[in-house]
Design a protein around this ligand. Structure first.
Ligand SMILES: [Zn+2]
Length: 384
């Protein structure tokens, strides 16, 4: 039995009620429907806004981060007044302002194999708005195991992808990519730039697919991968096939429970840098500043891309971008104590692992990167 619409709801949703494909019955389906949005960032923002506006009765939001000024270029559910506040709280307030008729439940925690089943249980559709490998595999496996559809989206620089992985109707993500790529093969996705509007386009497509799934109308992206190029303004589709030997949705599945994958391209499913644990392979910015002042002979290697040096740089640092580091090891003296840094410490952690595996012993990663330096040591440097 679908819930009735109130007078206020009939007024609010009149443009839906005018569509024969939606109508009062469809709107009641949306009111009875529910969607879990994992991540309230660039993709999650438009998904959450449009699903709330459309009247999806129960919306779940998962995130563990706080709003940062650098998020606002694309994470449009948040506002300047919310900088420093929990993202899930910021998003909930905005959604309830947009539409007080919907219920918004928030989960201020990383989405992991331990809590994913519990969090996702009451929701009809799962939308991955995190765009990282660990969450993508976790959400895929969860959806296959529980029979729910997964709405997938990913963005990189000026390009995006979207699909629906619904094992009942078509392939799952593992049919295409059985296992995550080995660390190092993926470009440093955590710190790649992105045109702010791009996750808006892809997230809006994800919201469209979620609404179609809840309404049961149209044909979704299940079995198709949408490829979008913003610079060319081109949309292409690739047909996807179900793999009968798929590790999780095939006839003899190997994966029968949730797995936490981590450390692809140095991007864990959730940010361990947020946890204040130091190890002897790390140096913090205050310690580095003291040692440089003392005149300690340290080799500073900046593994960022050359254009980032125009934003901020440390004097005397040698720039070797992470992508070419492996081919330039001969320029480094393994006997000299070396400090690696990048913007926030993610890429330099990858660089550290690369140097350690190449036999370097006297290397450390600068915790928090040049942004931490800008916050704590040289406050004239910009933070980006
Ligand atoms: Zn599969």
């Amino acid at each position: 039995m679908l819930p009735e619409l109130s007078r206020a709801e009939i007024q609010r949703y009149s443009r839906h009620l005018l569509l024969p494909e939606v109508g009062p019955e469809g709107q009641r389906k949306l009111k009875a429907g529910s969607a879990l949005i994992v991540g309230t960032g660039g993709l999650g923002s438009p998904v959450a806004l449009y699903l709330a506006a459309a009247g999806v009765g129960h919306i779940g939001l998962v995130d563990y981060d706080v709003v940062d000024e650098s998020n606002l270029q694309r994470q449009i559910v948040h506002g300047t007044g919310m900088v420093g506040r929990l993202k899930v709280e910021s998003a909930r307030q905005r959604l309830l302002d947009l539409n007080p008729e919907v219920r918004v439940d928030v989960f201020n925690e990383p989405f992991t194999s331990v809590n994913a089943m519990r969090i996702a249980e009451p929701f009809d559709v799962i939308i991955d708005g995190t765009d990282n490998f660990p969450t993508r595999y976790l959400a895929n496996d969860l959806c296959v195991l529980t029979g729910k559809p997964l709405v997938y989206g990913a963005v990189f620089r000026f390009e995006g992808q979207a699909s629906v992985f619904y094992a009942k109707e078509g392939p799952c993500y593992r049919c295409l990519f059985p296992e995550p790529p080995p660390p190092g093969l993926v470009p440093s996705c955590a710190e790649a730039g992105v045109l702010g509007v791009l996750p808006g386009t892809i997230g809006t497509i994800q919201a469209t697919e979620a609404l179609k799934l809840l309404l049961g109308i149209g044909s979704t992206l299940a079995g198709r991968l949408l490829l979008y190029d913003a610079l060319d303004m081109s949309f292409e589709y690739v047909k996807l096939k179900k793999d009968p030997n798929c590790k999780i949705c095939g006839s003899h599945p190997e994966v029968t429970e949730l797995i936490d994958y981590e450390a692809y391209c140095g991007v864990p499913g959730y940010d361990h840098a947020a946890v204040p644990a130091e190890n002897d392979r790390e140096i913090n910015v205050v310690e580095l500043a003291e040692r440089l002042k003392r005149g300690d002979k340290l080799r500073l290697i900046d593994v960022r891309e050359p254009h980032e040096l125009k934003v901020s740089s440390l004097p005397g640092a040698l720039n070797i971008p992470l992508g070419v580091l492996a081919s330039r090891l001969s320029e480094l003296d393994s006997a000299q104590e070396t400090i690696l840094f990048c913007r926030s410490g993610t890429r330099s952690q990858r660089a550290l692992e690369l140097l350690l595996s190449a036999g370097f012993k006297k290397v450390k990663n600068l915790r928090g990167g040049i942004n931490a330096w800008a916050r704590e040591v040289d406050t004239k440097l910009p933070i980006y």
